[in-house]
Design a protein around this ligand. Structure first.
Ligand code: BMA
Length: 886
């Protein structure tokens, strides 16, 4: 036996100083171990978060014993690998200190050959409290480092914000959507490995040039050889084979092999094609026998951020295999406060939901953590590009050599870990720090500089530049060449003057637009505040009642109850929701109705934003709303709650991100314009039908015309003066329904437009009828109504989503819907192998029905097998907005 591997399990844990040990899970966290041992209450329930802050003030110990057979002793190399330790940890092997760790985002490997023996061995990991460890660093510094999201008060630390000192997930310290849980523990796998012979430590398939005709690649194989070694390196991919004779010195050596693949199967993002993946196999051969091997599955593609000067500034757009991509998606945050609770199933639910919602990009935001392997694997498989932040957000960081060196290692490790994933489209230095600090604009930014002396300011900016303008880009250039680096999101351009910061919407760089929400600007400003790439904007809502009831009781059902406030982390959040609701929506009749109404409000805001960004293509080339998901049940900007339940926003995003989109806008000059936007790579011919309806369904006016949509375009396809449209009519009593039909009559897209806010409309109580589609086996339903129904909301008792929900419905319109559940066996094997390009599309939703019906369209990419599949709903109910108002 030349290789041995043992996954370390059977762990126990205790607080340092305690006598007895309790069972522990690895990977895991101290909070979840305490919970499973029955020592703490469910952290997300009620106000429990406030009572669990003692946990991070203690030191914790984890131990396990290993029975090793004699075979281990004869191995040349024996190493202990910790893929993740959270955070300040010392590892002892049979009471001998073996390793000190100080960065959650690093993996640790230590030679333990001399420390182990045949028979029983003890591995002990001691975690020091980040609080006791880092408070002295703050004291020593003598001034505060800005970190506004750090909920130090909740943690009993007053104003002492220490989050910036530890290389630990920033959101653990609290955020404006997240609780403060400073976990510790062995959060990724721990393994003992041993070997006598050379092993492959790493394989990187560097994509030097990928074109349709051929891909020029370099396989960079890192070999770890205990002794000098001579033999053959063989690379194989899909029947092609390359070999190279190698001679290695003891230790780590790198062997490179040039590979050329003709007519490669290219990897495409969702909407543009199939996300083809290719498996490369590396083998070390000794006398013809395989001594060691490794596989890498990657996708061949060229991805570039194009920032080309133009008349209005400079572009900010991604190009995939030479094709411009309008980025559609959201910002991803960690799926749990306790990362190790997130199963593959939960990851798949999120990524499949994104793909199903017609997204093609997620931004892994810099306040979380460098995600798990499975996250990127699923993004590869579903064709979701990843904008990857380094883990720095909304704070200034120390610049001492120890800290910088730690960052250097972290950058190198994570870039190397993720670089084979074709989904990685961009590395970004940090979230919002450049604009929050605003070095070159004295009175702009978040007011951080003003509180600090000139000397301190200089120190902090020097540290900033060292990290974000040197260490991180150098790591990307060295280890992931070909992928662009963007120093901060948002940023205009590195100019070293006032033009650098994205403190206002400008003609270049990416933009976080928070005028709506934090700035209380009207939703209508989404129509005008459009940048080249909208990497953040958002609006909060509450989770649905079922989700709220997991943390609150009937008695807490009040906006300002202690429990509800504990689950609203944005100080002004509730007030802001109320203010906007007063402007746009009728008054909710009670608190439970308010939950529903908050989702309608959020969805409407995001619809307006997304439509506006897409209308402005190609000036604007991306829209990522804040935020995709939640890390606990809470009021937040998420489109999908902690339990994976789709809010109204998720359905709206799905519709608004449809490849073909209609959008109705009333211009300043009081013209009604209908825009048609197409992300399809081919041209499209069809018919535009506009009907102005009374709420009874009666058609008051009608227009029909043929339309030609160019490939990848946005155009105004119809204009009428508002006065002419509205002549003799009351704006509060009409709705304009715009439909786009393919040449064969298939409905490609439909959009309703109102000329007054929902609260102004003279809405009546509709009678909604749901009927099973005959012959559908209970899997399809039609929904119809007698008068206009807004926000039609379907519910079932089981967990699942609907093919559409929270939609408006007019009399005469028959809407077919399906209830969809996660495929039970999906996690097991819904890989690309089963039929790339078959599409994740599972249901008829009108808008997408045209694909494949003779319409020029891109291949709907996805994981090959649908993840959400039709099921018979139990307890199907239907309501609409009228049921939630007085
Ligand atoms: C942006 C994000 C987060 C925050 C969100 C909502 O600034 O980068 O920091 O959660 O806004 O305020």
């Amino acid at each position: 036996m030349t290789h041995k591997q043992l996954v370390l399990d059977n762990w126990e844990f205790r607080a340092s100083g305690d006598e007895s040990w309790l069972p522990a899970a690895v990977p895991g966290t101290v909070h979840t171990d305490l919970l499973r041992s029955g020592l703490i209450d469910q952290p997300f329930y009620g106000t429990n978060e406030h009572r669990l802050q003692w946990i991070d003030k203690k030191d914790w110990e984890y131990r396990t014993t290993l029975q090793l057979d004699e075979g281990w002793e004869s191995l040349a190399v024996t190493e202990l690998n910790f893929a993740g330790l959270d955070t300040y940890a010392d590892v002892y092997v049979n009471n001998v200190h073996a390793l000190s760790a100080d960065n959650m985002f690093l993996a640790w490997t230590v030679d333990v050959k001399g420390l182990l023996r045949a028979g029983e061995n003890e591995i002990l990991v001691k975690f020091r409290s980040v609080v006791t460890e880092d408070l002295p660093k703050l004291e020593q510094l003598g001034y505060d480092l800005p970190a506004p999201n750090d909920q130090s008060e909740l943690g009993g630390l007053e104003e002492k914000r220490i989050s910036v000192f530890a290389r630990k997930a920033p959101y653990h310290y609290g955020w404006d959507w997240g609780p403060r849980f400073l976990t510790s523990g062995i959060w990724r796998e721990a393994v003992l490995t041993g070997r006598n012979a050379a092993a492959i430590a790493d394989v990187y398939i560097r994509q030097d040039e990928v074109k349709e005709a051929s891909a020029r690649l370099t396989a960079i194989v890192e070999v770890d050889a205990p002794d000098s070694w001579a033999g053959t390196l063989r690379m194989t991919v899909e029947g092609q084979e390359w070999t190279r004779e190698v001679t290695l010195e003891p230790g780590k050596g790198v062997v490179e092999l040039d590979l050329v693949i003709d007519q490669p199967r290219l990897w495409w993002c969702n909407g543009l094609g199939a996300p083809e993946l290719t498996t490369f196999r590396a083998e070390l051969l000794e006398n013809g026998a395989v001594l060691a091997d490794a596989e890498v599955r990657t996708g061949l593609r060229e991805i570039k951020l194009i920032r080309q000067p133009d008349a209005k500034g400079a572009s900010f757009k991604f190009e995939l295999n030479g094709v411009p991509v309008f980025a559609k998606g959201a910002n991803h945050i960690p799926n749990d406060s306790f990362i190790t609770e997130v199963s593959e199933e939960r990851y798949r639910h999120e990524i499949a939901s994104a793909a199903e919602s017609n997204m093609n990009m997620l931004r892994v935001w810099g306040g979380g953590f460098y995600e798990e392997e499975v996250f990127y694997r699923l993004c590869d498989e579903y064709g979701l590009l990843v904008w990857q932040d380094f883990m720095f957000a909304c704070s200034m960081y120390p610049g001492d050599e120890v800290f910088l060196e730690n960052v250097r290692k972290e950058a190198e490790y994570n870039v190397r870990r993720l670089r084979n994933h074709p989904c990685i489209a961009l590395w970004c230095g940090n979230n919002e720090i450049d604009s929050a600090w605003a070095q070159f604009e004295e009175n702009k930014g978040w007011g951080w500089k003003e509180k600090l002396s000139g000397e301190v300011r200089e120190t902090l900016w020097t540290a900033y530049e060292e990290i974000f303008h040197r260490i991180l880009p150098e790591a990307v250039t060295a280890h992931h060449p070909g992928i662009d680096y963007w120093p901060s999101s948002p940023l205009r351009e590195l100019t070293n003057d006032a033009d650098q910061h994205s403190v206002r919407i400008a003609g270049d760089g990416d933009v976080h637009y928070w005028g709506v929400w934090h700035g209380i600007e009207p939703f209508e400003n989404y129509n005008v505040k459009v940048g080249r790439f909208m990497s953040e904007y958002g609006f909060q809502s509450f989770p649905e009642l079922k989700s709220v009831l997991t943390y609150a009781e009937e008695k807490d059902m009040e906006l300002e109850s202690e429990v509800m406030l504990a689950h609203q982390k944005n100080g002004r959040g509730n007030q802001i929701i109320k203010e906007y609701m007063d402007i746009y929506l009728p008054e909710a009749k009670d608190f439970k109705s308010f939950l529903y109404m908050s989702q309608i409000l959020q969805a409407e805001a995001m619809r307006m934003a997304i439509e506006s960004h897409r209308r402005n293509k190609p000036y604007c080339m991306g829209t990522l709303y804040w935020q995709m998901n939640d890390c606990w049940p809470v009021a937040s900007w998420a489109g999908m709650d902690y339990y994976g339940r789709w809010k109204a926003l998720q359905y709206t995003a799905r519709r608004s991100f449809n490849d073909v989109m209609l959008s109705v806008e009333v211009t300043d000059g009081d013209n009604v314009q209908v825009h048609a936007v197409s992300d399809l790579p081919g041209a499209l011919a069809g018919a535009l039908v506009l009907r102005l309806h009374a709420f009874s369904g009666a058609v008051l006016k009608e227009w029909k015309q043929s339309v030609q949509l160019a490939a990848d375009s946005s155009a105004v396809v119809f204009t009428v003066p508002l006065a002419e449209l509205m002549a003799g009519l009351d704006a509060k009593q009409v709705v304009l329904a715009a439909s786009l039909l393919a040449e064969d009559g298939t409905l490609l897209e439909r959009k309703e437009h109102y000329f007054a806010a929902a609260k102004e409309l003279t809405l009546e109580q509709p009678v909604l009828t749901v009927a099973e589609v005959p012959g559908s086996g209970g899997l399809s339903f039609t929904v119809s109504t007698d008068v206009l129904a807004r926000g039609v909301y379907l519910t079932a008792e089981q967990e699942g989503i609907f093919s559409d929900n929270y939609f408006d419905l007019l009399p005469g319109q028959v809407k077919t819907v399906q209830f969809l559940r996660r495929r039970a066996d999906a996690a097991a094997g819904a890989g690309m192998e089963t039929g790339a390009g078959a599409g994740v599309e599972t249901v008829e939703t009108g808008a997408k029905a045209g694909a494949g019906a003779g319409v020029a369209t891109g291949v709907k990419a996805g994981a090959g097998v649908p993840y959400f599949v039709p099921a018979a709903p139990q307890g199907l109910e239907v309501r609409s907005m009228a049921d939630y108002v007085n």
